[in-house]
Design a protein around this ligand. Structure first.
Ligand code: AZC
Length: 839
């Protein structure tokens, strides 16, 4: 049920009444909540006052939504994810509530600047990149599609580190997102749950003579939920993001304290609270740290206990749990939920193994997000057994029953048993979390067609052969609310003025833009939007003494985590080559280009950090070279995060999606760029394949090997040196770097990178180089024909319907979760005039 906007002739009066109320709201919050007079208030005080006022406007819907979950026989999606990269809340909430215009007027009339207030928010960066941001887009779509859902995760005290660039190198700084105060969360201390770890298990006979198992943990911590409302776009539904924070069960050990052991007294508290202290900043690199396993178990156990509690609030037992909850495992980080739920069902709620297994396998579904072998989680059996002894027993039992099944299915095939076992016994013994997730789930999905195909044929081939119906594809998507309406208001306005605003909740409607490619006035407006977006970013950098960016240049953007498989160094080799050619031939007929990079490297990933240093070093030389002034510029934007993404996707002309085919599971930045009218230069990898299908090959700059060619080349024996020796342009580019042209003559600095390219080149940068450079040449030629370029850009945006996360969520609902929308009605209306009579 959609909320209707006031469209009667009184709407103007209503508006001004609302604005008056909002202004009073700000003043009230400033006075009573922040405890300051306006003249003494800081920007943070104003931000908080505005946010609390907006939050109040959500409360009625929030409380009604929670009541609807409890009252109705509705099915709830439990989305378990170690990461939720939500990005700033205020702006998004204003848009979804439909309050942006009114609040900004109220703010202006109060003498403040809405942009300044919005920009003041410290974004909750509780995720590394793609996987965490996808979870956030999905929460937006779940609420907008009116699907009851709870996102369960970890309230890291320190989220993703802040990146600074010092002398070209990445420097990591602690993120203090909670420091200014978080107006969007509600602490629910009374809903704490207890979480154990360590200890031992014991068998006992209960009062009815049944043999049972009991886990006696060595340590307990409390999990405290913090709830953040997630509102849908112009609907009454508000879902829940429930993040868990660890606290010691008691704050001090007074015995220790009284005998003078202050350190000992606080030790336990500190240890407990360490669990949710910090997000591990490694994306797609498994590290096997004990604290990380504790984090995973902690939030999973909190969440499963919470869902069980919600269920038992309505039903006498857990028999029908899978009718009430569909639980999604966002990668294997929450896969320990499988043995944890078995433990709760068997040890605590006294189900038989068979009954419990039936409930568990009807509850869970698992999404795989990566094919990179180094990202696949496998925990040492010793460590897991030490931290979670009962879970290890359960995992062994699951495995033993599963392998029995395999032996029956494939008699005599010992190899398949070895391959499919949850326990990897090839050396030190490990628990393979992907196998556990596959076996414990009723559905498994990849995140793009190609990725799912590769899962079926390679990574999970044995499982696919065993259960041909379990593996499905759900191609990723992104929310057009944040990634268009919020971040690109100029484009959103232009589109809505041309085709109405239905596209915001039905992105396929963008198709209506297509005929407008033949409308010169529309094309001109389209160009103007892009130009103004580019000017915005130029303005931001023009006051620095650094380079001033030329808004007429082709803005060529690669923003994403820095990783060798994403091949930022391929982009760089092209830049160096272009620089070299321009120096040798000033008459070269190429359009001016501004190359923009952004992204963080995992702190322990030396090669990725060296790539950042190289980008900045090349930028230093190129930007200060008068020979290429205004023709070639390079900008590394530090601390790429959601907020900076808001700025960068809308101003890009060209989107770089250049991973080696078969390595990027999907990518989601590729979708954000296209929606905002950038053209893609890309390989046939991840969702690029489907983007190209949608926009048609002639509107996509394709280069490089496909997965088959990659496979063939690897099998034939790949030797990057041969390519280096045969390609003059490549040789020149590599030599410039190697000879120290960008490092003040230092030939050692970039040697590890150069050696890696020349002697291993695991991501086949050199093999794709020539094809990339030629494709970039074509990009330049097309850009010099603005009419043609604009038509291609409009067609790109017009055909992005498939890549709305609304479509992805609708797919999950239909294929995996079997849930239906539950529109929330505003039954609980306003607070009674004379206050409550408490029950
Ligand atoms: C990422 C994939 O690398 C990216 O291709 C995909 O778009 C995204 O997930 C969302 O599905 N994976 C991760 O961020 N991390 C892990 C551990 O897979």
């Amino acid at each position: 049920m959609t909320r209707t906007n006031t469209t009667d002739c009184n709407s103007h009066t209503n508006d001004s009444n609302n604005i008056k109320k909002l202004k009073r709201g700000f003043a009230y919050k400033l006075f009573y909540q922040q405890g300051v007079w306006p003249q003494n208030a800081s920007l943070n005080d104003y931000y908080l006052a505005v946010s609390y006022t907006v939050r109040d406007r959500m409360q009625k819907m929030f409380l009604n939504s929670i009541r609807a979950l409890q009252e109705k026989d509705s099915k709830i999606v439990g989305y378990l994810s170690a990461e939720f990269l939500m990005g700033p809340h205020l702006h998004n909430n204003l848009i979804n509530l439909g309050l942006y215009d009114q609040v900004s007027r109220a703010v202006e009339e109060s003498g403040l600047d809405i942009k300044q207030i919005i920009d003041h928010e410290e974004e909750p960066g509780l995720g590394n990149g793609g996987l965490g941001r996808l979870a956030a887009c999905y929460l937006d779509s779940l609420a907008t599609l009116q699907i009851p859902a709870i996102g369960y995760g970890i309230r890291y005290e320190f989220g993703m580190f802040d990146q600074e660039i010092e002398n070209g190198w990445q420097k990591e700084l602690g993120d203090r997102w909670l420091h200014p105060g978080n107006p969007w969360e509600f602490k629910k201390a009374h809903m704490a749950v207890e979480i154990g770890s360590g200890g031992y298990t014991e068998r006992y006979t209960d009062d009815h003579g049944n043999l049972r198992v009991r886990w006696v943990p060595a340590r307990m911590v409390k999990g405290i939920p913090y709830d953040t409302p997630v509102i849908g776009y112009r609907v009454n539904n508000v879902n829940l993001l429930r993040l868990w924070s660890a606290e010691a069960p008691k704050s001090f050990d007074f015995d220790d304290f009284n005998v003078g052991d202050y350190q000992g007294a606080v030790h336990e508290k500190i240890m407990a609270e360490t669990i949710t202290k910090v997000l591990y900043p490694n994306d797609e690199q498994f590290r096997g740290k004990e604290l990380r396993l504790l984090q995973q178990y902690f939030f999973v156990s909190c969440s499963m206990q919470d869902m069980v509690r919600i269920h038992l609030f309505q039903f006498p037992n857990l028999d029908n749990f899978p009718d009430k909850f569909a639980v999604q495992l966002n990668d294997t980080h929450p896969a320990i939920a499988v043995p944890e739920f078995m433990r709760l069902l068997i040890d605590v709620h006294h189900y038989s193994w068979e009954q419990a297994w039936d409930i568990v396998t009807h509850t869970f579904a698992y999404t795989n997000h990566t094919l990179l072998p180094e990202a696949l989680e496998k925990w040492s059996v010793d460590m897991l057994g030490r931290l979670l002894p009962r879970h290890l027993e359960i995992i062994y039992e699951i495995n033993s029953r599963f392998l029995d099944l395999i032996r029956i299915k494939y008699p005599g095939d010992v190899d398949v048993v070895r391959r499919m076992s949850i326990i990897d016994e090839s050396g030190e013994r490990y628990v393979r979390m992907a196998h556990l997730a596959c076996i414990g789930s009723h559905a498994i999905n990849g995140v793009a067609e190609l990725h799912t195909r590769l899962l079926k044929n390679h990574t999970l081939a044995d499982f696919h052969r065993l259960w041909p119906d379990k593996l499905t594809n759900v191609t990723n998507g992104v929310t057009p609310r944040r990634w268009m309406v919020l971040s690109n208001p100029r484009l959103a306005r232009l589109i809505s003025s041309a085709i109405g605003d239905g596209w915001i909740t039905d992105l396929y409607k963008l198709r209506k833009l297509e005929p407008l490619v033949d409308d010169p006035a529309f094309c001109e407006k389209w160009q103007q939007v892009k130009f103004e977006n580019k000017q915005d970013i130029c303005a931001m950098f023009s006051c620095d003494c650094g380079p001033v960016f030329n808004p007429y240049a082709l803005f060529d953007v690669q923003v994403k985590r820095i990783h060798e498989y994403k091949r930022q160094h391929l982009n760089l080799l092209h830049i160096v080559n272009l620089y070299h050619r321009l120096k040798n031939n000033p008459d070269l007929d190429v359009p001016p280009r501004t190359f923009i990079f952004g992204g963080k490297a995992a702190p322990g990933y030396t090669m990725a950090k060296l790539i950042i240093k190289l980008i900045n070093s090349v930028a230093d030389v190129v930007n200060s070279d008068p020979d290429v002034k205004n023709r070639l510029q390079i900008l590394f934007i530090p601390n790429f995060n959601v907020q900076i993404g808001h700025m960068l996707y809308p101003m890009a002309d060209l989107s770089e999606q250049i991973s080696l085919a078969g390595k990027e599971a999907s990518g989601t930045g590729n979708m954000k760029f296209s929606m905002n009218g950038a053209l893609t230069i890309g390989t046939l990898d991840g969702a690029n394949v489907e983007i190209r299908e949608e926009v048609a090959p002639e509107n996509f700059f394709l280069f490089g090997m496909d997965v088959n060619a990659v496979e063939d080349l690897r099998r034939a024996g790949y030797n990057p040196q041969t390519i280096y020796n045969q390609n003059e342009g490549l040789k020149a580019a590599i030599n410039l770097i190697a000879m120290g042209h960008f490092s003040h003559g230092d030939q050692e600095l970039f040697r590890p990178l150069i050696d890696s390219l020349l002697y291993h080149d695991p991501y086949m940068v050199l093999a794709d180089y020539q094809s990339y450079v030629e494709c970039q040449q074509k990009v330049g030629e097309v850009f010099q024909d603005p009419g043609r370029w604009t038509k291609m850009a409009i067609r790109n945006a017009a055909r992005m319907g498939k890549f709305s996360s609304d479509r992805s969520i609708a797919d999950y609902c239909r294929k995996v979760w079997k849930v239906k929308p539950l529109p929330v009605e505003l039954k609980l209306q306003r607070l009674p005039e004379n206050g409550f009579k408490f029950p």
